[in-house]
Design a protein around this ligand. Structure first.
Ligand SMILES: Cc1cc2nc3c(=O)[nH]c(=O)nc-3n(C[C@H](O)[C@H](O)[C@H](O)COP(=O)(O)OP(=O)(O)OC[C@H]3O[C@@H](n4cnc5c(N)ncnc54)[C@H](O)[C@@H]3O)c2cc1C
Length: 319
């Protein structure tokens, strides 16, 4: 059986989990078995509908101690679930929780883990999974030989398809261990689209010359309902807060649209954004490395181009 970890936030299953579910269902089909999901904590979503992503059954562990991600507790509960439900493959999304929990589960079960998978496993001769390496500059094919295999799938690496079907939902009997750490406060950024889950991201670089010019980024973001991001160079000089910094040492994101304004496209920046579906780059230097990664590029001065784009979007939206 293939077990898919369905990640939740505030009682709702995250979109990245739908992708993991479809991927898990396809892996199960390849192996001639079924895919099932597991949800930890209390959720308000109708879990039976997750059957449309190919899951036959959803195991739930309703427990207040699981409402917030605690990687040690989650790994402990999932290890019990793998043994009880008899899973041979476990699929995570390679998002923040997947990155925290999958390695711990791997250590507990002595299971081989491929994190950052980008394709279905090749099961023609063993179990070989393709993954990104060197910040997305190359691929590696990893053969997993352990009895239980764990895959953490990169967001946006597999498309979501829906079919007819409802999943059975059943509570799984496991012991939830006491947490070794407790959450004393959660300070949420309010009034902004959260960057890690955003479908659209407008991002600015050092070429914007100063925080006083950030209206060019935030105006377009507001019009499109997008999140805002920036390069590390910008966060380092405090033009923007550090939680907006994307890249190798910042947040890795995978939106449908990444709109980069006056960012050079250094490899460390690309490492955090190259999984975006569509990349648009505006840079006055035609040799800027970002153009090599761009789907659409405008060679031009952001201070001339951006007001025109903002006006055009306003007209389109009737704003
Ligand atoms: C170990 C390590 C980790 C790092 N991690 C990260 C990371 O996580 N994220 C990250 O972003 N960086 C990271 N960096 C830094 C990275 O190498 C770059 O220095 C940084 O990304 C540059 O930011 P930038 O493109 O905004 O600035 P710059 O390199 O200064 O580029 C500015 C760009 O704006 C263009 N420009 C200037 N004026 C205009 C204009 N008027 N209109 C249009 N275009 C204009 C220029 O042509 C240029 O391409 C890391 C570096 C190291 C060594």
């Amino acid at each position: 059986m293939v077990l898919v970890f369905l990640d939740q936030a505030e009682g709702h299953i995250k979109k990245s989990s739908f992708e993991a579910a479809c991927y898990g269902a396809k892996v199960a089909e390849q192996l001639g078995t079924v895919a099932e999901g597991i949800v930890l904590g209390n959720v308000s979503d109708d879990l039976a509908t997750l059957g449309k992503y190919g899951l036959k059954k959803i195991h739930t562990v309703k427990n207040d101690g699981l409402n917030h991600l605690d990687a040690q507790v989650y790994a402990n509960v999932l290890a019990q679930a793998v043994n009880t439900a008899g899973a041979t493959v476990v699929v995570f999304s390679n998002n923040l929780s997947g990155k925290a929990v999958a390695p711990r589960l791997s250590a507990k079960l002595k299971a081989g883990l491929v994190s950052g998978a980008v394709a279905l496993p090749d099961t023609s001769n063993g179990f070989v999974v393709k993954k990104n390496v060197f910040s997305g500059k190359a691929f590696a094919n990893i053969a997993v030989n352990s009895a239980v295999k764990i895959i953490a799938l990169n967001p946006n690496a597999y498309s979501i398809t829906e079919t007819a079907g409802a999943a059975d939902v059943a509570e799984l009997s496991v012991t939830v261990p006491a947490a070794k750490v407790s959450v004393t406060a959660v300070n949420k950024i309010v009034g902004e689209v959260p960057l890690s889950e955003a479908e659209l991201v407008i991002s600015g670089g050092r070429g914007l010359k100063g925080p006083e010019n950030w209206g060019l980024v935030t105006d377009l973001a507001k019009l499109l309902g997008a999140a805002t991001a920036c390069s590390r160079a910008v966060a380092d000089v405090h033009w923007r807060p550090h939680h907006e910094h994307v890249g190798q040492t910042g947040l890795a994101i995978a939106p449908n649209l990444y709109f980069a304004i006056a960012i050079s496209g250094a490899i460390q920046h690309l490492a955090g954004v190259n999984r975006s579906k569509v990349i648009v780059v505006i840079n006055k230097d035609p040799e800027a490395p970002f153009f090599k990664a761009a789907d659409y590029g405008i060679v031009g001065d952001a201070f001339e181009v951006m007001p025109k784009i903002i006006d055009a979007v306003k007209k389109l939206k009737g704003a």
